[in-house]
Design a protein around this ligand. Structure first.
Ligand code: ADP
Length: 335
């Protein structure tokens, strides 16, 4: 079981207020992303019971756990810096919580072996944690978090200390660990939006102490509810709507780099279906392997565009499909 609800949860600091209403379903993988200082860690620590909210209630499977201490909540947390006990070997780190719960030694050994096998570290029982690589240490931290059989697993930027290829591998592992523990609800904090898109059932975007939008990755990327969500979840260009002769009640248009079409020779298609910008100048071309990311200038505004080739001319006409334009008024999406 692991349905988590935060109802009217508030935490006030002199210069910051967190205000959250959120429901996370049992077995769901929810990722929280947001700029530094938006309140992600504060939120996670409140769920874990390490910080008390000033107002509101936290319910786990309908039960009010707001005043329960961390160890009684059925919630485990994994930190960015692993927070393993340095004086204990791998097995002792993992079995610590079971020992506190007075689980018999033979059963502790059996469960520890199962958890080590589960995180692909069979045979590491006697290794000192100080001799582990970052990836191994984080697997031990995950095994330790699972050893208390939590209904909620909180992961606070667990991969951010690792190098890029290991991060990718371990994020698949984290998802597998989630999937193979049915009923466990995972709440994952990251600042890496690609990681968020790849790993999550839903993503919550945090902005200045509140949740700006919570939805599946495709919904968030393609139909952001605000200019903040649009900009935070990927590259894009904002232009004043008044630059264009469009019959819309919006002050800003926004589009992703991949929504821009740059014809290699001649444009074929229904010109009415496109916003057409003429006299666009190319100012930079960054080769990304699968495409070029072009920096363009149009009437004093910078535009980002993806292209499969590096344009030969300095000045060109670009086409943006109107159905791909996102419209905003006062920062909120206009449908
Ligand atoms: P994030 O994890 O998104 O970077 P945090 O939750 O760490 O954000 O911090 C959110 C805001 O709360 C920040 O502006 C920070 O200064 C403030 N804050 C966090 N903890 C405290 C504290 N103990 N006392 C005062 N302000 C705090």
């Amino acid at each position: 079981m692991g349905t988590l609800e935060l109802k009217g949860v508030k935490k006030r600091y002199p210069e910051f207020t967190l205000e959250i209403d959120l429901s996370v379903n049992e077995g769901e993988f929810l990722t929280i992303i947001g700029p530094s200082g938006s309140g992600k860690s504060t939120l996670l620590n409140i769920i874990a019971g390490l910080y008390a909210p000033d107002e509101g209630a936290i319910l786990l499977d309908g039960r009010d756990i707001t005043s329960l201490p961390p160890q009684k909540r059925g919630i485990s947390m994994v930190f960015q810096d692993y927070a393993l006990f340095p004086s204990m070997n791998v097995e002792k780190n993992i079995s610590y919580a079971m020992k506190i719960r007075k689980v018999k030694r033979s059963e502790r050994r059996r469960q520890t072996d199962a958890l080590l096998s589960f995180v692909n570290l069979s045979g590491y029982n006697r290794r000192k944690v100080t001799t582990l690589s970052g990836g191994e240490a984080q697997r031990v931290a995950l095994a330790r978090a699972l050893s208390s059989d939590p209904s909620i697993l909180l992961l606070d930027e667990p991969l951010s200390a690792l190098d890029a290829s290991l991060r990718r591998h371990l994020r698949d592992e984290v998802r597998r660990i989630h999937d193979e523990n049915p009923g466990v609800t995972t709440i994952y904090v990251t600042h890496d939006r690609e990681e968020a898109f790849s790993i999550s059932d839903r993503i919550a975007i945090m902005n200045a102490g509140h949740i700006e939008m919570v939805a599946g990755g495709e919904e968030i990327y393609n139909h952001p509810n605000s200019l903040f969500t649009a900009s935070f979840t990927g590259e894009g260009t904002s232009l004043p709507a008044e630059m264009f002769d469009m019959d819309v009640d919006a002050d800003t248009i926004f589009f992703r780099p991949e929504s821009v079409t740059i014809p290699q020779t001649k444009f074929y298609g229904d010109a009415d279906a496109y916003l057409i910008l003429e006299g666009v100048k190319i100012v930079s071309a960054e080769f990304l392997g699968s495409c070029y990311l072009l920096g363009l200038m149009y009437e004093g505004h910078r535009i980002l565009a993806e292209s499969s080739f590096r344009p030969a001319e300095d000045t060109m006409t670009i086409y943006i499909r109107k159905t791909r334009l996102l419209l905003f008024k006062d920062g909120r999406a206009v449908s």
